[in-house]
Design a binder for this molecule. Structure first.
Ligand SMILES: Nc1nc2c(c(=O)[nH]1)N[C@H]1C(S)=C(S)[C@@H](COP(=O)(O)OP(=O)(O)OC[C@H]3O[C@@H](n4cnc5c(=O)[nH]c(N)nc54)[C@H](O)[C@@H]3O)O[C@H]1N2
Ligand SMILES: Nc1nc2c(c(=O)[nH]1)N[C@H]1C(S)=C(S)[C@@H](COP(=O)(O)OP(=O)(O)OC[C@H]3O[C@@H](n4cnc5c(=O)[nH]c(N)nc54)[C@H](O)[C@@H]3O)O[C@H]1N2
Ligand code: SF4
Ligand SMILES: [Mo]
Length: 678
C-alpha cells in the first residue's frame, strides 16, 4: 500500500516546528522529520514526537453531545447546530447581545479565530477573548505601548547571532525546547547566558550567571540594571536620542535609586546585578527573552515595559541578535491575537475602543452596526457570569476549568450560565460543564494557517479526515452563523485567508499561493514583500518613529504570605506536559514520564514542615486545597514552592488578583501552606 508524506506543524507550542505526517489509507501512521524547516531544521521535542498518540486517541470526541438530565447524549449535527444557534439567540433576545461571550482558541488556526471574532461582533457582542489573557496579554499591551508592536522583535534562529542572552522568567529549555538549540549555538560561539529565575531550572543550568530572584521583584532587577548602565556610561546615547522619548524622566527617577535597596527587594546580590548589567550592555548584540515569570503578575504589563526599556537604554534592539523575544505560548496564540480574538482589538490590532475601527469593519463586513469595545476580557467574563450579566458562552479549544486562576470561582461562574457551548477535541473538565459539546477536527484534520511566536505564518493542508463525525471549526462556526442569519463568508480556510489579506495589513501579502514550507513572517504588506524577520531596524511604529520609554515602579505581589499561609506558591510548566494536559496526559509516552501532580520544596523548608521526599502533602491556599507528592530539592528558594498546572487540581489554589492594564492573573505568586498527609 502506498503512503504519502503530508507537511504539518506541531500542534503544541508557538515555536511552530514542522514535520511530515506519513499517511496511509486516510490515517496518520508515522512522522518524518522536516530537515529543511526554517526554525526547527528537523528537530522535535518529546511532545512533537508524540503527536500521533493524541491525534489517533480513542477518547477523541466523535459526535455532538447534548446534556439532558445531567447526562450527555449523542445527537445529530442538525440538532446540535440548531441548539447552538437557538441558545445564543434566546439569550440575545432576552438580555441583549452583550449577554453573550465568546472565547476563541489559540490552539486553532487563524481562519477559525478570524471567523469566531467576526461571529461575536456581527452578533453585537464585543466580548471575545482568548487565553492570551492568561499568558502574554501584558506583551500585547506593554510591548505595544513601548515599541509600537506587541510581538517578538526578531526571529528565533537570529538568537545564534546574540553575544549575550538574558532570559528572564522563561524556562525555554522545557517550554520551548527547540529554542535551546539556538541559544546553545550562540553559547558555543562565546555568548554569555544570564538567567533570572527564582528556581534552578534546566535553563538555568545553561547559564553563566543565574540571578535567583524573589518572585515578583523583576521591576527592581531591571531598574537596577538600568541604573548601572546609565551610571557607568554604558547607555547607548545616540540610539536613545535618535530613536526614543522619555529617557530624561527615566534617568531622573533612577538617580537616587540604590542598588542595596534593589538587592534587598530582589534577593539578588548587588554584585551580580552589576555584572549582569555590564555584560548585557557591553555585548555587541544582546537578546532579552522573557515569558510567564514576567507576565503572570499583577505588575505584568509594567514588567514587560521594563524589559523593553532596558533594551532601549542599552540600544540592544533593531539589529541582528539584539531585540526582545517574548516567548509566546500556544501554537497559534500570536495568530489569534493578530486576528482580533481579543477584547481590546479588532483584526490587525485596530483598537476596539476607536470609532474609526468600527467604521472600517462596518464597511468591510457590510454590517449595519458593530460593537465598540473593549469587550470583557476572559477574566472579566467570569465575574460577569457570576453577577448574572453574562448569560451564554461559546467557547472553542479552551479549558478554563483547568487553566483559570481560582477554578472554583470559574466553575461557579460557568454553572450560573443559561447556556454553554464547548467545541473541543477531548472531553475536558470545561466540556463536562457544557450544555452542548461540539466535536472538532484536530490540526491535522483541517486546512489553515498558524502564526508562530516569530510571526511566521505557516499553512497546512488537511492530512487525514476528521475522526467520527468531528467537523472543522470553520464549518461549525459558519453553520451556527447561518442559523443566526449571518453570512460569515468563510466556506474554506483559503477563502477566509483572502479576507484576512484584505483587512489585516500585516498579512496583506501572506497569500495562500505564497505560503510554502517556509511560510512568511509578518509584517508582509503586499504580495511582493519578502516578510520582516527583524522589526524596528529603521525606526519604531509609534508617532515620529520613536519608542516610548515609560518609567515603572515596583509593586509587590497582591497576596502577601502570612503566618497562616507562609509559603509562596509559584506554578508553571514541565517539558512533557502542555497546559491543561488534556492532550499530553492522554499521550502514554509523555504521561509515563510525569504521571501526577508534584510539589517542589526546598530541603530545609521540608524539614521544617516534617515532609520527606515522596510524601503526600496537602497544599492549601485561602481559596482551596489539593494533594501533591513532595519532591525535595535545593532548586527551590527557601519559602518558595512550585507546582506544574498540567493537572486539574493546581488552580484550585491560585491567586486571582489581576494586572489592571492587561487583566492577567498572578499565577506566579499565591500564598499557601503545606501539611503532610497522614
Ligand atoms: N512543555 C511545555 N511547553 C509549553 C507549555 C506547556 O504547558 N508545557 N505552554 C506554552 C505556553 S501557553 C506558554 S505561555 C509558554 C510559557 O513558558 P515559560 O514562561 O517559560 O514557562 P513557566 O514555567 O510558566 O515560567 C517560566 C519561569 O518563570 C519563573 N518565574 C516564576 N516567577 C518568576 C518571577 O517572579 N520572576 C522571574 N524572573 N521568573 C519567575 C519560573 O520559575 C519558571 O521557571 O510555554 C509554552 N510551551
Ligand atoms: N497555575 C497556572 N495556570 C495557568 C498558567 C500557569 O503558568 N500557571 N498558564 C496560563 C497560560 S500561559 C495559558 S496559555 C493557559 C492555557 O489555557 P487553555 O487555553 O485553556 O489550555 P490548552 O491546554 O492550551 O488548550 C485548551 C484546549 O484546546 C483543545 N484543543 C486542541 N486543539 C484543538 C482544536 O484543533 N480544536 C479545538 N476546538 N480544540 C482544540 C485541547 O484539547 C485543550 O483542552 O493556561 C493558563 N493557566
Ligand atoms: S518545541 Fe514546541 S512546536 Fe517544537 S516540537 Fe516541541 S512542542 Fe512542538
Ligand atoms: Mo500561554
Amino acid at each position: 500500500m502506498s503512503s504519502k508524506l503530508v507537511p504539518s506543524i506541531c500542534p503544541y507550542c508557538a515555536v511552530g516546528c514542522g514535520m511530515y505526517l506519513k499517511v496511509e489509507k486516510g490515517r496518520a501512521i508515522g512522522l518524518e522529520y522536516m530537515t529543511d524547516h526554517p526554525t526547527c531544521q528537523g528537530a522535535l521535542c518529546p511532545k512533537g514526537n508524540a503527536v500521533l498518540e493524541v491525534l489517533n486517541h480513542e477518547e477523541r470526541l466523535k459526535y455532538p453531545l447534548k446534556k439532558a438530565g445531567g447526562e450527555f447524549m449523542r445527537i445529530s449535527w442538525d440538532e446540535a447546530l440548531d441548539m447552538a444557534a437557538g441558545g445564543l439567540l434566546r439569550n440575545i433576545k432576552k438580555h441583549g447581545p452583550k449577554s453573550v461571550g465568546f472565547l476563541a482558541s489559540s490552539r486553532c488556526n487563524n481562519e477559525e479565530n478570524y471567523l469566531m471574532q467576526k461571529l461575536s461582533r456581527l452578533l453585537g457582542s464585543p466580548h471575545v477573548d482568548n487565553c492570551a489573557r492568561l499568558c502574554h496579554s501584558p506583551t500585547v499591551v506593554g510591548l505595544g505601548a513601548v515599541l509600537g508592536t506587541g510581538a517578538m522583535t526578531n526571529n528565533l534562529i537570529d538568537l545564534e547571532n546574540s553575544r549575550c542572552i538574558l532570559a528572564i522568567g522563561t524556562n525555554f529549555t522545557e517550554a520551548h525546547p527547540i529554542v535551546s538549540r539556538w541559544a546553545q549555538k550562540a553559547k558555543d560561539s562565546g555568548a554569555t547566558v544570564i538567567v533570572a529565575d527564582p528556581r534552578i531550572t534546566s535553563t538555568s543550568w545553561m547559564a553563566d550567571l543565574h540571578l535567583r530572584i524573589k518572585p515578583g521583584s523583576d521591576i527592581d532587577l531591571l531598574r537596577a540594571m538600568m541604573k548601572v548602565i546609565i551610571d557607568e556610561g554604558l547607555a547607548d546615547r545616540k540610539f536613545i536620542e535618535e530613536r526614543t522619548e522619555g529617557y530624561a524622566e527615566l534617568a531622573a527617577g533612577l538617580r537616587d535609586y540604590s542598588l542595596e535597596e534593589a538587592a534587598q527587594l530582589t534577593g539578588v546580590p548587588a554584585g551580580e546585578i552589576v555584572r549582569a548589567a555590564r555584560i548585557y550592555a557591553r555585548s555587541p548584540a544582546s537578546a532579552l527573552l522573557y515569558s510567564m515569570g514576567i507576565t503572570q503578575h499583577v505588575c505584568g504589563t509594567d514588567n514587560v515595559k521594563a524589559c523593553a526599556t532596558l533594551a532601549l537604554v542599552a540600544g540592544q534592539i533593531g539589529k541582528p541578535g539584539a531585540g526582545v523575544w517574548p516567548m509566546r505560548g500556544q501554537n497559534n496564540v500570536q495568530g489569534n491575537c493578530d486576528m482580533g480574538g481579543m477584547a481590546e482589538f479588532y483584526p490587525g490590532y485596530k483598537r476596539a475602543s476607536d470609532p474609526a475601527s468600527i467604521e472600517f469593519f462596518k464597511a468591510a463586513w457590510k454590517a449595519d452596526d458593530l460593537p465598540l469595545g473593549p469587550g470583557l476580557t476572559s477574566t472579566e467574563m467570569t465575574e460577569a457570569a457570576l453577577q448574572g450579566r453574562l448569560k451564554a458562552m461559546y467557547l472553542i479549544g479552551e479549558d478554563p476549568v483547568t487553566c483559570d486562576a481560582n477554578i472554583n470561582k470559574t466553575k461557579a461562574a460557568l454553572d450560573k450560565l443559561d447556556f454553554l457551548i464547548v467545541q473541543e477535541i477531548f472531553m475536558t473538565p470545561t466540556a463536562m460543564m457544557a450544555d452542548l459539546v461540539l466535536p472538532a477536527a484536530a490540526w491535522a484534520e483541517k486546512d489553515g494557517s498558524y502564526t508562530s511566536m516569530e510571526r511566521r505564518v505557516q499553512w497546512i493542508d488537511l492530512a487525514v479526515p476528521p475522526v467520527g463525525e468531528a467537523r472543522e471549526g470553520l464549518w461549525i462556526i459558519n453553520e451556527i452563523g447561518k442559523r443566526l442569519g449571518l453570512d460569515l463568508g468563510g466556506s474554506s480556510a483559503a477563502e477566509v485567508l483572502k479576507e484576512i489579506n484584505r483587512l489585516v495589513p500585516q498579512y496583506g501579502g501572506i497569500t495562500r499561493e505564497r505560503l510554502d514550507l517556509h511560510g512568511l513572517v509578518w509584517p508582509c504588506p503586499d504580495s511582493n514583500h519578502p516578510g520582516t524577520p527583524i522589526l524596528h531596524v529603521g525606526g519604531f511604529k509609534l508617532d515620529g518613529g520613536r519608542a516610548a520609554i515609560v518609567p515603572v515602579q515596583y509593586r509587590p505581589p497582591a497576596e502577601p504570605i502570612s503566618s497562616g499561609y507562609p509559603f509562596i506558591l509559584t506554578t508553571g510548566r514541565v517539558a512533557v506536559h502542555h497546559n491543561a494536559g488534556s492532550m499530553t496526559r492522554r499521550s502514554p509516552s509523555l504521561q509515563k514520564r510525569e504521571p501526577d501532580l508534584f510539589l517542589e520544596i526546598n530541603l530545609k523548608d521540608a524539614q521544617e514542615v516534617d515532609v520527606a521526599d515522596g510524601d503526600e502533602v496537602t497544599v492549601a491556599s485561602s481559596r482551596g486545597e489539593t494533594v501533591a507528592v513532595a519532591r525535595l530539592t535545593d532548586g527551590m528558594k527557601r519559602g518558595v514552592v512550585f507546582m506544574p498546572f498540567h493537572f486539574p487540581r493546581t488552580n484550585l489554589l491560585t491567586s486571582e488578583f489581576t494586572d489592571d492594564e492587561a487583566w492577567i492573573p498572578e499565577f506566579k505568586v499565591s500564598a499557601c501552606k503545606i501539611t503532610k498527609r497522614d
